[in-house]
Design a binder for this molecule. Structure first.
Ligand SMILES: C[S@@+](CC[C@H](N)C(=O)[O-])C[C@H]1O[C@@H](n2cnc3c(N)ncnc32)[C@H](O)[C@@H]1O
Length: 415
């Protein structure tokens, strides 16, 4: 206990000047009070983790408090820890606008592919892309810093409705390319484009009809994009050295665009280089390196499967031999997509959001992997029954039992 008190005292003394630079007097007192009251801690390592974790949490809450528009009922719904899939019925633009900044650890989605489905409603391609841009902008704010958005989309053959609505206005619409530009303009870093080889060609157009001559080639559709974007909001806030826990650190260059790095200047830090340089780190390296334990290891065969960025797996088969849609939803993606994103970019217990949840494949995969799965879906009347049935099927719960055992729902002006 004596050691604990003296090591914590040491961190606070060295960091005091910097704590006063970032916190108001009220915040400072609250922070110290919370740190000091955690007196069950013993080893310096536990004390450093506690100091660092609390400090990062306080800085995040300070950042979050700058955004004023959030709905208390929705925030309470998201906050409750109950191991259930969280369904938010409503328009994701409106819902995202009410959510806390940097409160979601990973986003995965597959948006509506412009007007390819019965639930689509945009008057032309520009109208659609403008709407998607607004949604992606809010998603950027809500996604935690240095985190990832995995976005599955296919290029389609459709009419952009910009010049004519007639059949002759149809053309190949490279949605993947349009989305990459939107994401980048909003501030995301484009990191990867996995080409999902769906095996079979999805249309008959490639067959050239009865014209085995040049120039009768038509666009095909046997792949989709799985785009990976990172968020790196440049944050100049000083963070504690992960080795000694103090805030006596100097700013370094950015280790990547948007990732501010630091170097420890505490000469008594446990780790100094031969030339007496201090530990170099960033908020991102704290987040990644502090979790490298056995329980966070990704299975090797899973990593191997995703080593190539052309990857082949079948789309979801939803039509049975009688031509009936067995899922009740027209465009689900295979579970391997959210599974990939969740294993690669989250830790257990973290929040995973799909803003266009559809049949809730993302939330189902998140729950199976011990994460909190949240989905927003606008078409409640059209899909609710099928969605609940789908969720139950995955967890082998008997159908028609009390849905509140597995799911919690909130309404936000859904259709
Ligand atoms: C391509 S599907 C998503 C499929 C999903 N990945 C799955 O596995 O089922 C797109 C979904 O977004 C929903 N949607 C469209 N616009 C929306 C909006 N503004 N807010 C929330 N959901 C929306 C549609 O109803 C549809 O269910």
């Amino acid at each position: 206990m004596r050691n604990f008190k003296s090591y914590l005292k040491n961190i606070i003394e060295i960091s005091d000047k910097y704590l006063h630079q970032v916190f108001s007097e009220k915040e400072y007192n609250l922070f110290i009070e919370e740190i000091v009251s955690a007196d069950q801690l013993k080893t310096p390592e536990e004390i450093i983790n506690q100091f660092s974790g609390k400090y990062i949490q306080f800085i995040k809450e300070k950042h979050q408090s700058q955004y004023k528009r959030n709905d208390k009922k929705l925030l309470d719904f998201l906050k409750i820890k109950n191991n259930k899939i969280k369904i938010i019925w409503g328009d994701c633009l409106k819902v995202l606008k009410e959510m806390n900044s940097e409160s979601i650890n990973l986003m995965i989605t597959s948006p509506p592919y412009y007007n390819a489905r019965e639930y689509s409603y945009w008057k032309n391609l520009d109208d659609y892309l403008a709407n998607m841009r607004q949604i992606i902008k809010e998603a950027y704010r809500v996604l935690d810093n240095h985190r990832v958005f995995v976005f599955n989309v296919g290029d389609i053959f459709d009419n952009d409705n910009l010049k004519t609505k007639a059949v002759w206005g149809q053309r190949r619409l490279p949605l993947g390319a349009y989305f990459i530009k939107i994401f980048e303009e909003i501030g995301f870093t484009f990191v990867d484009d996995f080409i999902w080889d769906k095996g079979e060609v999805q249309s008959e157009r490639h067959k050239q009809g009865n014209k085995p001559y040049p120039f009768y080639q038509y666009p095909m559709n046997c792949y989709e994009h799985i785009l990976v974007f990172h968020k790196h909001r440049l944050d100049h806030t000083r963070y504690p050295c992960p080795v000694c826990g103090t805030l006596k650190v100097n700013g370094n260059t950015q280790s990547e665009i948007g990732i501010k790095s630091w170097e420890c200047k505490n000469l008594k830090c446990f780790e100094r280089s031969k030339s007496n340089r201090g530990k170099r780190f960033s908020l991102k390296s704290i987040m990644t390196q502090s979790h490298q334990f056995k329980e966070h290891e990704i299975p090797l065969d899973f990593i191997k499967k995703w080593r190539r960025d052309i990857i082949k797996f079948s789309p979801v088969i939803k039509i049975n031999s009688q031509g009936k849609n067995t899922l009740g939803h027209t465009a689900p993606f295979p579970e391997i997509i959210p599974e990939f994103a969740i294993r690669m970019y989250t830790y257990e217990g973290e929040m995973v959001l799909d803003p266009f949840a559809g049949s809730f494949t993302t939330a189902i995969a998140a729950k199976k992997l011990g994460r909190v799965g949240v989905g927003i879906e606008i078409n409640k009347k059209m899909f609710r029954d099928a969605i609940l049935k789908n969720i139950y099927k995955h967890f082998e719960e008997p159908l028609f039992t009390d849905s509140s055992l597995l799911i919690s729902e909130i309404d936000y002006e859904a259709k």
